[in-house]
Structures are given as structure tokens and as C-alpha cells.
Ligand binder design. Structure first.
Ligand code: 13P
Ligand code: SF4
Length: 358
């Protein structure tokens, strides 16, 4: 059945079809679901989680097939961490991440070369890539003594990275790097921003020598929609409200928040509240709506007055999930994600360094 045919099918039949295929393939397929997935997809996930938890689960499973309901870098990560005989599928191969697209291997290699005109990068700089990046950038980190981090372990990883070398080059998300460094007490004048469109990233040689942290000028188009003024308005409207933010939000937003954490940490924070409370949450809409349904005892608000949805996460719908499961049942490739083996080897080094830190 083609995708067009599936879109013609009544939704209840489609959902029944997914349930049937999932039962038939129970010992062959693990479905991983990121917290930003829509309800009618995440309900089929065997395991839900943030990027770290899902990477750990991918590394631990021996299921021959993994269907990753998430975005491209997550499926690539799963392919890197699984054996060659295991197959990883991304239901819609067009489900990318706009932040991951903000740094490519050509730009990062050029940045490294430029740093080498000022200092000895391989001796003085640890490259740290946010997991929201291509396999090529994870491989770059593997080759250059670097490491991967996620939103839930960035502090531990950055501490390790500074233990290795004097400076960190952090990409592609400026905000996660900056928010983590601020919480670790790094001074403002020890951080510079690297704009890949400018010579030396727009910095002087002196600033590069002085910097402890070089932050790539990248951001999440969803989390940049939240502003500190939204938090001010919320606090005026609801006294005692708790503001929870994802660290991909700007520093101004994170500094106004009562709690900053990964998607899984935000969920656990709301689960742990023993008394009914008012929460305003600065992260993707599908997750906030789910928390609202799970916790009717709390008043849960979306921090921004605008709709901030990850349109690429939203690409995975029941039709694409059904098609992936059907492809496995039919012995076909489906939308398999395969990281080239040379890249895979180096990328695994930087991912494994992260996993080994716990
Ligand atoms: P988490 O690892 O916190 O789930 O974040 C992933 C992501 O892409 C957030 O935008
Ligand atoms: Fe990428 Fe932002 Fe979507 Fe997360 S929310 S997957 S960082 S675009």
C-alpha cells in the first residue's frame, strides 16, 4: 500500500493496522519515540525518552530492527551505536533538525583550520558536539579528541572536555553551550561566539587566545520563539507560577526560569510536584500538551503566546509509522538510515566517550 493509499484510510483502521503489525513483529522491532512526537505516534513507542535515554536504549538493544520516531540525527546515532546486522529506520526520511543543519563538516573543518592559524587546536581545544548534529560532526569530534553531549549531560561533558584541554569549541547550539557554562560559573568574557560566515568567526586573535569557550552561532528555531518577556507576563498573571525551560532556549529565558532541563527532566519535574501548581513550560508544544493531559491537577501553560512546534518531529505520522512496520514485515529496506562505515567508526568514538561518562 502506498502512502497516498494510507492517507485515504480511516484513522481507526490505520491505528488497528499498526497495533496488528506491532504484535506480529514484537520480537523483531523496537520502536523508540522522542517526547516531541505527536500523541497518535508516541502511543506506539516501546520506549520514550530524551536524546540521551534513547541513545542509551539504542546502544543496549539487540532488536534486529529499530524504528526511530524522532528526527534524522537520532536515527543516525542509533545506527552508529548498533551492530551492522541491526537496521534503523526513520519513518519519514525528511524529518531533519534545523539546528543540526546549522553546522556542517566543511564549516567546522574550516573553523578548526582558522583556529590553527591562531593556536594549536588539537592540543588546546576539545571539540564538543551537541547530539543534535550530523554523524560527520560526531566523527570530527572522534578524530580530534572530542565528545558528544546532550541537553541532560552537558555540564558533565563540558567538565570532562575542559579537563582534557584548555578550551572548548561547542557546536552547533550556542544556547546549550552558553547556558551550561553560565551555570558552571564561566565568566562572560571567557566566552566568544563563532559566526561561520565571518573570518575567525568574527573574533580577534586576542579574544580567541583569551576564550575558554567558543560557541558556534547556531540555535533551535522552535526554542528561539520563547522570550524572557513571556516569563515576565506569566509571573504577572499567575503568582507563584513555576517556569520550566529547555536549555536550547536563550540565556535570558533560562535565567528567568525556576528549572532548566532536558525534555525528560522537565517531565520528571512535573511528575514530582506533590501539590497542585501552576507551571509555564518553554519547550515544544506536543510535550507541553501531553503534560497537560497527564496532570489535570496542575495548571500548565505554554510559555509563549505563539505556537512553537517542531515541524520536523511532526512529520512522523501514523501513516509513515505503518509504512515502516509494513516494510519490515515484507522484508524490505524501508527508510533505512545507514551511516557510512568510515564515519561510523569515528563517530562511535565520540558517542562512546559520552556514554562511558554515564
Ligand atoms: P532532549 O534531549 O532534551 O529531548 O532534546 C532534544 C531536542 O531536540 C530538543 O529540541
Ligand atoms: Fe531540532 Fe529544535 Fe526540532 Fe529539537 S525542537 S529537533 S533542536 S528543530
Amino acid at each position: 500500500m502506498t502512502l497516498d493509499d494510507l492517507y485515504e484510510q480511516p484513522e481507526d483502521l490505520l491505528l488497528q493496522g499498526i497495533t496488528r503489525l506491532k504484535t506480529e513483529l514484537a520480537d523483531q522491532v523496537l520502536i523508540l519515540g522522542h517526547h516531541y512526537q505527536r500523541e497518535e505516534v508516541i502511543c506506539f513507542a516501546d520506549i520514550t525518552g530524551d536524546s540521551l535515554k534513547l541513545a542509551q536504549q539504542a546502544a543496549a538493544t539487540d532488536a534486529p530492527h529499530i524504528v526511530f520516531c524522532g528526527v534524522h540525527f537520532m536515527a543516525e546515532t542509533a545506527d552508529i551505536l548498533t551492530s551492522d546486522s541491526q537496521k534503523v529506520m526513520l519513518p519519514d526520511p525528511a524529518a531533519g533538525c534545523s539546528m543540526a543543519d546549522m553546522a556542517n563538516d566543511v564549516q567546522v573543518s574550516r573553523c578548526w583550520q582558522e583556529l590553527n592559524t591562531v593556536l594549536v587546536a588539537d592540543a588546546m581545544v576539545t571539540p564538543v558536539t551537541y547530539i543534535n548534529s550530523t554523524a560527520a560532526l560526531k566523527a570530527f569530534c572522534g578524530e580530534h579528541g572530542g565528545i558528544v553531549c546532550t541537553s541532560s549531560n552537558a555540564e558533565r561533558i563540558m567538565r570532562w572536555a575542559w579537563g582534557e584541554r584548555d578550551k572548548i569549541l561547542f557546536f552547533p547550539d550556542q544556547h546549550l553551550g552558553e547556558n551550561t557554562a553560565v551555570s558552571m560559573g564561566i565568566a562572560d568574557d571567557a566566552m566568544i561566539v563563532w559566526d561561520p560566515a565571518l573570518p575567525l568567526g568574527g573574533n580577534t586573535e586576542e579574544a580567541i587566545h583569551h576564550a575558554k569557550l567558543i560557541l558556534w552561532k547556531g540555535f533551535c528555531s522552535v526554542h528561539q520563539m520563547f522570550q524572557a518577556s513571556h516569563a515576565v507576563t506569566m509571573r504577572q498573571q499567575h503568582s507563584g507560577i513555576h517556569i520550566l525551560a529547555h536549555p536550547e532556549c536563550s540565556r535570558a529565558v533560562c535565567e528567568t526560569a525556576d528549572f532548566v532541563g532536558s525534555t525528560e527532566a522537565i517531565i520528571n519535574h512535573v511528575h514530582a510536584a506533590s501539590e497542585p501548581q501552576h507551571f509555564a513550560i518553554a519547550t515544544e508544544l506536543n510535550l507541553v500538551n501531553r503534560l497537560r493531559i497527564m496532570h489535570p491537577e496542575h495548571a500548565i501553560y505554554f510559555l509563549s503566546p505563539m505556537v512553537c512546534m517542531c515541524s520536523t518531529m511532526f512529520r512522523t505520522d501514523p501513516q509513515h509509522l505503518f509504512a515502516s512496520l509494513q516494510a519490515i514485515a515484507d522484508g524490505q529496506q524501508g527508510n533505512r538510515i545507514i551511516v557510512p562505515s568510515a564515519q561510523k567508526e569515528q563517530a562511535k568514538i565520540s558517542l562512546q566517550r559520552m556514554l562511558d561518562l554515564g
